[in-house]
Design a protein around this ligand. Structure first.
Ligand code: OGA
Ligand code: NI
Length: 389
């Protein structure tokens, strides 16, 4: 197979990259397998272009985007807020103990937090925001020069993997890139417009890798394992980035920008490129809580891999994105993955401590990702069910 390297996953004859987002729905599971093994994501319309013409038409939003059962505003919790963690306080010996407890509680009870005082220079953030926004402003044909290719996995410009003709579609376009290590990059998908794109993403990736490493060390301290126990699993700090463009939608309450999912990754750092709310997380009672982004903060999500490594102490929480009736929204998520040769399983120190034994199987990371895709294509609800003991 062409173009498969250590950093990409092979499933059947298609190459799949991690951190994809495939909707949780069961419909179309059977036909999905046929397409998956044929190595094709089904072609669907570009949503930015669709929105441009449709929003000013008098027509109903196309049926494939209508999600009546899932988007009702009445099930969204008002007034709650996810925890805020201060990286400056975590690094300061005077306050680190207190802030560590705050971090631990956020990871255990919420699986999400906003990270402030992260020390990433404003200029680095402003540059990457500008270049990501500029990219989506390019004419459609110019963006398509970096489009996903048939059988080439999910990297590039396009939509999340579409596996059936009846599957509901998300109201969004995205560009997904393998970022680190450098040899994982596929230059075909890296925008050359705006010209500073690559440099801005490089600097941003280096800064977010540093922040992720700090957080992993702090989490190790909170879990009571040696400081490098988690960073070892993330050796080489593989990163990939998904930037999602959510066009406005006149019928915003009827569609979803991103279907409910958990992040099949270690740690995800989300940057709001535009100042528009849209991310919602699922609380234990099944209701959705809207995340109100703080200026300059990252929204951090605990991914499935951290849930497993922590033997279930930390939670990987389902989340989704809704869209705005008249504002575009752009988010950029930097995913931090384990090293491809890692075995993903509960840390032995924690299994001993918890008394109840291991709550998850230990599997090669590559096998974890394969089971992630197989679960989705089978229409099973969660790949994590297959991991639980
Ligand atoms: C993701 C994600 C949420 C958002 O890309 O995994 O959850 O608000 N994005 O765009
Ligand atoms: Ni996500």
């Amino acid at each position: 197979m062409k173009n498969v390297n250590y950093w990409r996953l092979a499933l059947g004859n298609r190459t799949l990259s991690s951190n994809t987002c495939i909707s949780e729905g069961r419909e179309g599971a059977r036909s999905s397998m046929a397409h998956a093994t044929a190595g094709q994501s089904l072609p669907v319309p570009n949503v930015q272009a669709l929105a441009q013409t449709w929003n000013s038409s008098g027509e109903q939003v196309p049926d494939r985007y209508v999600r009546t059962e899932e988007t009702g505003a009445d099930e969204v919790l008002a007034g709650g807020a996810i925890p805020v963690v201060d990286l400056g306080r975590l690094m300061d010996p005077q306050s680190s103990e207190e802030e560590l407890a705050n971090l631990g509680s956020a990871c255990q009870n919420w699986g999400f937090f906003q990270l402030i005082n992260h020390g990433v220079p404003e200029e680095v953030i402003e540059d990457v925001k500008r270049d990501l926004s500029e990219f989506f402003k390019l004419p459609l044909e110019a963006k398509k020069a970096f489009a996903q290719v048939p059988g080439g996995g999910l990297e590039g410009y396009g939509q999340s993997f579409v596996f059936s003709d009846t599957q509901k579609l998300d109201w969004a376009d995205m560009i997904y890139l393998m970022v680190s290590p450098r040899e994982s990059r596929d230059r075909r998908f890296w925008p050359t417009q705006p010209p500073s794109f690559g440099r801005s993403v490089d600097r941003y990736a280096a800064e977010t890798a540093r922040v992720a490493a700090c957080l992993l060390r702090c989490m190790a301290a909170d879990l009571g394992v040696p400081p490098d126990r988690l960073t070892e699993a993330f050796r080489g700090q593989p990163q990939s980035m998904r930037t999602t463009y959510y066009p406005p939608c006149r019928q915003a309450a009827d569609v979803l920008g991103l279907s409910p999912h958990t992040d099949a990754t270690g740690l995800a750092l989300l940057l709001h490129v535009t100042d528009v709310q849209g991310l919602q997380i699922r609380r234990d009672d099944g209701r959705w809580l809207a995340v109100d982004p703080m200026n300059g903060a990252f929204v951090v999500s605990v991914g499935d891999i951290l849930e497993i490594l922590s033997n279930g102490r930390y939670k990987s929480i389902a989340h989704r994105a809704v869209v705005h009736p008249d504002k575009e929204r752009i988010s950029a998520v930097m995913f931090h993955q384990p090293c491809p040769d890692t075995t993903v399983g509960p840390l032995p120190e924690l299994v001993g401590k918890d008394g109840g034994g291991a709550r998850y199987k230990s599997v090669a990371y590559m096998d974890f990702m394969k089971s992630f895709f197989v679960a989705k294509l089978d229409g099973r609800r969660s790949h994590m069910d297959a991991m639980r003991i």
